[in-house]
Design a protein around this ligand. Structure first.
Ligand code: MG
Ligand code: MG
Length: 241
């Protein structure tokens, strides 16, 4: 899990540093696939339920699951979400970063910061004896203080031998259970999605790309997190690669 996650962190860090206006999301996808394979892993997303890329690349009002495309050019001021996964010796790592392409408008910058902070508010709740709804509540409460809302159509998940495992890791309080108690050794993908406008989303005709129904901006950050004896370890931490 550590090695798979480290590969993911490395790819996302490198993409954050190299991405420039004028590139396409297909360029980033090709780079990610090349790097994942160079590091001895395989792309978790490629072929997953038929997904055609090694990354999901979602821009501005696109929420998640954007298909990399040679026709999708990245522009100055874009809010670009890149999500990727790597499968290494039987285990997956999964992480997502929102990248500012050049200078963002203040509202977009605030949204991006809120999404990243929301992720860390959730992660700070991770410890043995805590429950999934502690994570959910911390994320929901923080996002509300920022005047934004959490998308409810998608959740985080357990991650390990499979990319998506039980339990669902909610980013908002819900009666949908189980409200699993955290124990050391669990690995969770925590991935709040924060919208500037309404929380509602819809799927485009390509059957993958999810957009906000009001075309307002969306931002997301995700880490694969290990529950340790004393708290947590962020396995996809980009500061450690
Ligand atoms: Mg992901
Ligand atoms: Mg995930």
């Amino acid at each position: 899990m550590r090695q798979a996650s480290k590969i993911v962190a490395t790819v996302l860090k490198e993409i954050s540093q190299m991405v420039k206006p004028g590139m396409t999301t297909a360029d980033l996808d090709a780079y990610a696939e090349k790097r994942i394979r160079e590091m001895g892993a395989t792309p978790s997303f490629l072929g997953y339920h038929g997904f055609p890329g090694s990354i999901c690349a979602s821009i501005n009002q696109e929420v998640v699951h954007g298909i990399p495309s040679r026709r999708q050019v990245i522009h100055k001021g874009d809010l670009l979400k890149v999500d990727t996964g790597a499968f290494y010796e039987g285990f997956h790592g999964d992480s997502c970063v929102t990248i500012a392409i050049g200078q963002l408008k203040p509202a977009a910058a605030k949204l991006m910061t809120a999404a990243e902070t929301a992720l860390y508010k959730g992660i700070e709740q991770v410890a043995p004896g805590k429950h999934l709804l502690d994570i959910a509540g911390a994320i929901e409460d923080y996002v509300q203080t920022q005047g934004f809302c959490v998308v409810e159509d998608y959740t985080g998940h357990g991650v390990g031998r499979n990319l998506h495992e039980e339990p669902a890791v909610f980013n908002f309080r819900t009666r949908q259970l189980p409200n699993v108690k955290l124990v050391p050794g669990m690995t969770l993908a925590i991935e709040p999605i924060v919208n500037a406008g309404s929380k509602f989303t819809r799927v485009l005709k390509d059957q993958w790309t999810v957009v906000t129904t009001d075309n307002a901006l969306s931002a997301q950050f995700e880490h694969t997190v290990l529950v340790t004896e004393t708290g947590y370890e962020i396995l996809t931490d980009r500061n450690l690669v």
